[in-house]
Design a protein around this ligand. Structure first.
Ligand SMILES: Cc1ncc(COP(=O)(O)O)c(C=O)c1O
Length: 359
């Protein structure tokens, strides 16, 4: 296996430069003389790192001052529960959900523990191969919020459009595409993303929320599940994942200094995805792409072979060339190539060349 050819869906490939910096820091951070794995979370150095990480995220995503940034734990799965606990519990309102794939179908199941849930759109009939038009949704203005997933990691579906501002609070799981493209944060009330796709290693989960919305959350929750407690403690209510936040900051610095910002990253990501989809389309007699063309994800390219019996051989051929992480999600099977920020354009070109070589 080879880091530059790691097409895993998550934890995914990180930029090679960041991996090199991490190696040094595990030994010792030059200005501290100790390993990043032994840095105290109450130290002035770490407080400054947290500020840098937040500032860098704010700069990359143009996060307005009216928004709070939190670094939490528990992965995106904990957000499936924290969101309804904080914003649905005891409100007598309904949580509206779009169910467009594997991950978005998990969220309403957790919300049901806290209140009423309305699935306003489901892609089940199309075997989760398409997405709704976000601009023509019939939203209940009195609902607690609308929840959806901007990029379905398992099925390879990505919303190309943003939602129009509405009276309904909008909550989006951007776990698999945050930092991969420009996003107008002001359209959303709460965004969350775990790190292990485009942000860094697993451990930290970033929450970006309109501060006014955060303050509207219910009270009397267990401390670790209460956004307001984490906000008041500047995300150091308990021991945060020091290492993950450190690497997230390195990734942000790489995006700012080496890539030149999110617009450049987006254009590289579009080129990578277009290259791979074009190759698969050229071999449409061999492959079926899961997503309908209008909803193809730039992050996760999900496909299978017409001859399913050939898949194992095809994956073995690619593995021999150093490609890894290409097996489809266990719920869907087939093949999935994840093109996160850490994957370079030439690695996608190599993958395409190898596909051509196979046939
Ligand atoms: C879009 C999306 N949401 C949620 C999750 C669950 O994340 P976690 O494993 O951090 O709980 C995943 C996992 O890959 C995901 O891709």
């Amino acid at each position: 296996m080879n880091n530059s050819r790691n097409f895993s869906a998550g934890p995914g490939a990180l930029p090679l430069k960041v991996l090199q910096q991490v190696q040094t820091s595990v030994d010792k951070i030059p200005e501290l003389g100790i390993s990043i794995l032994g840095v105290n979370h109450r130290s002035e150095w770490f407080a400054s790192l947290m500020r840098q990480a937040e500032d860098n995220l704010r700069q990359l995503l143009c996060i307005p001052d009216t928004y709070t940034v939190l670094f939490l734990q528990g992965g995106s799965s904990l957000q499936f529960s924290m969101i309804p606990m904080n914003f649905l519990r005891g409100t007598n309102k309904v949580a509206q959900h779009i169910v467009s794939g594997y991950w978005s179908s998990k969220a309403p199941k957790e919300a049901m523990h806290e209140g009423k849930v309305n699935i306003i759109w489901s892609g089940e009939d199309s075997n989760f191969s398409s997405l709704p038009d976000l601009r023509s949704l019939n939203l209940d203005r009195n609902s607690a919020y609308l929840h959806y997933v901007s990029n379905e990691t398992v099925e390879g579906l990505e919303f190309g459009q943003t939602i129009e501002s509405t009276d309904t609070p909008i909550i989006v799981d951007m776990s698999s595409n945050l930092l991969s493209r420009s996003v107008d944060i002001s359209k959303y009330d709460l965004i969350y993303a775990h790190a292990q796709k485009n942000l860094g290693p697993a451990g930290v989960t970033v929450v970006i929320a309109k501060t006014e919305f955060l303050n509207s959350s219910v009270s009397s929750l267990p401390s670790m599940l209460d956004y307001k407690i984490h906000q008041k403690a500047n995300s150091i209510y308990n021991t945060p994942c020091v290492f993950s936040i450190y690497v997230l900051n390195l990734v942000c610095e790489w995006l700012i200094k080496d890539v030149g910002g999110i617009a450049n990253m987006q254009s590289i990501n579009e080129k990578k995805a277009s290259l791979l989809y074009k190759t698969l389309d050229r071999y449409s007699n061999q492959f079926v792409i899961h997503a309908s063309p209008a909803y193809r994800s730039n992050m996760n390219v999900v496909f299978k072979m017409h001859d399913r019996n050939n898949e194992a051989l095809f994956l073995k051929f690619l593995a021999q060339k150093g490609f890894s992480g290409l097996e489809g999600h266990r719920s869907l099977g087939g093949i999935r190539a994840s093109l996160y920020n850490g994957i370079e354009l030439n690695a996608v070109q190599d993958l395409c060349d190898s596909i051509s070589e196979y046939f």
